[in-house]
Design a protein around this ligand. Structure first.
Ligand SMILES: N[C@@H](CCC(=O)N[C@@H](CS)C(=O)NCC(=O)O)C(=O)O
Length: 314
């Protein structure tokens, strides 16, 4: 298999989720550090518009969204598995809680006020303004509500006793003796809090949660080796995308969309930058489009089916 290339930056919690999975699976990977804010010309050359972090590249295949990336890593390296107790709805719901609820609470606590310095120690005041404006623009019109810090603190204090209770029988991970996909979804919001001095103190009355964060952190990040984004573009340009299944979800037929049509794919929650390409596959799990870029060559861009919309290009 071609190298795993993760496009990310250190302060990204969603990227930390993927880095921790790479550590859990003890994988070697190539690391491309990308800009934290727009413009991101080399990222967009690969994705065609998707700007969120992280993305995983394998040759000329570009995987968007940490949810899909986790499954791609599971396919690439099935052992140790992310699904030791099966891939059931309760585990999925727990992971969804981590990312749809806990993340939006934790991100405010970790990045509000002076906390942001813990994540970007070298940032100038001008960059912090740019960062806030960039994120406001990305979330504009989106469905994710970020509450004020006091409300988020109250929410965190509501969830922490329940998380603590999850470990009451001495289990080291949320659903048992082995970590599962949901652990990584819950871990990365807690990681953002844990690395913010002063804010981590919120875990003090919850020693099992505190120890849990350290336990997942101890997996490390596998074996990263930094490469430039120019090198990653060259890898894409000189590779051929892997063959794909050619499924078509029936609801697309109702929209008059067929395989081979030109479509736009975009997130449903925030960061609505569309990716235009030829629809190659749309199964229950994955959407794949083919696009050609002057610098990245012909690539297949992959998205999870859930959380992304497919529109006929006009
Ligand atoms: N559902 C996405 C969410 C990714 C996400 O929101 N990432 C944040 C960083 S942690 C982001 O993209 N921020 C804007 C950026 O990096 O440009 C996933 O699971 O990958």
């Amino acid at each position: 298999m071609a190298d795993l290339i993760l496009h990310h930056y250190p302060a990204s919690p969603y990227a930390e989720k993927v880095r921790a999975i790479l550590g859990f699976k003890k994988l070697a990977w190539k690391s491309v550090i990308i800009p934290m804010v727009m413009p991101k010309p080399d990222v967009l050359a690969l994705t065609g518009g998707y700007r969120r972090t992280p993305i995983l590249q394998i040759g000329a295949d570009i995987y968007c969204d940490s949810g899909l990336i986790a499954r791609v890593l599971e396919r690439a390296a099935p052992s140790p598995t992310l699904f030791p107790y099966g891939d059931d709805i309760v585990t999925h719901a727990l992971g969804h809680f981590g990312e749809a609820v806990l993340f939006n609470t934790a991100a405010v606590l970790a990045f509000a006020g002076s906390g942001v310095r813990a994540h970007m120690p070298d940032a100038s005041p001008q960059f912090l303004d740019t960062f806030r404006n960039d994120r406001a623009a990305m979330r504009k019109g989106g469905s994710v509500r970020r509450g004020p810090p006091a409300e988020c603190r109250a929410a965190m204090l509501h969830f922490l006793p329940m998380l603590e209770a999850q470990f009451r029988d001495g289990r080291p991970f949320l659903t048992g003796a082995s970590p599962c996909n949901a652990d990584f979804c819950v871990y990365h919001p807690l990681w953002a809090v844990a690395r913010t001095p002063g804010v981590r103190a919120i875990f003090n009355p919850f020693p099992r949660v505190d120890a849990y964060v350290d336990r997942i952190m101890a997996f490390g990040h596998g074996k990263p080796a930094e490469i430039s984004s120019a090198k990653a573009l060259e890898v894409a340009r000189t590779a051929t995308p892997a063959p794909v299944g050619r499924g078509l979800a029936t609801e697309l037929e109702d929209l008059g969309i067929a395989l081979g049509h030109s479509v736009d794919v975009l997130p449903v929650d925030y960061g609505f930058d569309p990716v235009r390409g030829e629809l190659l596959d749309c199964s229950a799990d994955e959407i794949v489009v083919r696009r050609t870029d002057s610098r990245a060559g012909t690539v297949h861009v992959h998205f999870p089916r859930v959380g992304y919309e497919v529109r006929k290009a006009v």
